[in-house]
Design a protein around this ligand. Structure first.
Ligand code: GTP
Ligand code: ZN
Length: 376
């Protein structure tokens, strides 16, 4: 799903049939640079893929923060519906470094990554001359083949841009699980397709694994892609240590869905941790069919009681952390928690109700879960 770095005033989602549209949110005064791109010069596009939570946005932020003389246009393709949420999660400390904020309205999921990506780039090309480079972050479940092929399928677009390369980010901790995931009918899983098509493969989060595990991953990646350049990285600036618990088994395939919701109010930090841990660690939250909910990815902007600052929660499988942003809530009435959860067997109503219970909970109450029915 192509999604936006959106305007905070939150124009609502359009009808599903609409394809995403590119809307500049903040166009900086750059007259002096406007004309530097040679007319007729093709603009290179680098596609960044990688499974949910592997570190694509982190990489984008890194590239954009590095000193360079390029004017880069970024197309973020995040999951979730709340564009305000996406923006707050995607912006590094100061959005300044981004050449332009681009909003891709959440288009039809039906028009596949290829179609919506195409439209986005077409719209972007109308701003030609204002940038030298396009970085396109695909959704964690995207087939980069579809994204890449649009450059050849669309002749008109091919005149303006060319595919410079595909970078695939692999989560060092969960990458082997993702690569081993079994799909029905013997289909190749997304993670393998992403690795197979990459020119550069980044094994990220090496801080979370032993040299032995890393070497296993390296071997598996190499057997899937014999030519790509393999790099190893870690997010050096991560201040707070992610909380670490034992790893999961590989998943059986079921459809992965996205759930987003908003709940006004404050949560006590402790209660928030219980909510998250029940989902990510205890896995004792079930849907109406009594299936265990499996959260693969969690992002949110939350309001913690007695904290003036907005807090971002980020989770990938069992790992999560809470990070204070430099942004303060304006007043109490404005405090709203926005959550995006992606995974299997998720039931929005139940997840939202549990969150409401988390927010409204008084001193000694804890949210009730079926403790005897821990999921496998
Ligand atoms: N420990 C550790 N955490 C990392 C590293 N790189 C990124 N993270 C964390 O992993 C989480 C996901 O990072 P993102 O960059 O948002 O991942 P993404 O691939 O863009 O995620 P989606 O767009 O949701 O698929 C964040 O909480 C990051 O802070 C790393 O090298 N080590
Ligand atoms: Zn991302």
């Amino acid at each position: 799903m192509f999604h936006a770095i959106g305007s905070a005033d939150g124009e609502e989602e359009k009808a599903e049939e609409d394809c995403p549209e590119l809307v500049p949110i903040k166009t900086k005064q750059r007259e002096e640079k406007e004309e530097t791109s040679r007319p007729g010069a093709k603009i290179p596009v680098t596609v960044i893929t990688g499974y949910l939570g592997a570190g694509k946005t982190t990489l984008l932020n890194y590239i954009l923060t590095e000193q360079h003389s390029k004017r880069i246009a970024v197309i973020l393709n995040e999951f979730g519906e709340g564009s305000a949420l996406e923006k707050s999660l995607a912006v590094s400390q100061d959005g300044e470094l981004y050449e332009e904020w681009l909003e891709l309205r959440n288009g039809c999921l039906c028009c596949s990554v290829k179609d919506s990506g195409l439209k986005a780039i077409e719209n972007l090309m109308q701003k030609k001359g204002k940038f030298d480079y396009i970085l396109l972050e695909t959704t964690g479940l995207a087939d980069p083949g579809a994204v890449a092929s649009m450059f050849w399928v669309d002749a008109e677009l091919g005149v303006d841009i060319y595919l410079d390369g595909i970078i695939t980010v692999v989560d060092a901790k969960y990458g082997l699980n993702h690569l081993a995931e079994e799909k029905p009918d013997g289909l190749i899983n997304e993670a393998s397709r992403q690795v197979a098509l990459a020119d550069i493969i980044i094994l990220n989060k090496t801080d979370l694994v032993s040299e032995e595990d890393l070497s296993k991953l390296r071997t598996t990646v190499r057997s899937t892609n014999g030519l790509g350049k393999i790099l190893e990285t870690q997010k050096s600036s991560l201040q707070r240590k992610l909380q670490n618990v034992p790893t999961t088994q590989p998943h059986l395939d079921q459809s992965i869905i996205t759930v987003t919701f908003e709940v006004p109010g404050n949560a006590k930090e402790e209660s928030l941790n219980v909510y998250i841990q029940n989902l990510l660690w205890e896995k004792n939250v079930r849907n109406r069919d009594d299936d265990c909910m499996e959260v693969i990815r969690l992002k949110g902007l939350v309001s913690i009681k007695d904290k003036p600052q907005q807090v971002i929660v980020q989770g990938v499988h069992e790992l999560y952390d809470l990070e204070e942003t430099p942004v303060s809530w304006e007043d109490d009435s404005e405090r709203t928690n926005r959550l995006v959860l992606i995974g299997r067997n998720l039931d929005k109503d139940i997840l939202k109700q549990l969150f409401i219970a988390t927010v409204t909970e008084t001193e000694n109450q804890t949210t009730h879960f079926k403790e005897d029915q821990v999921c496998p």
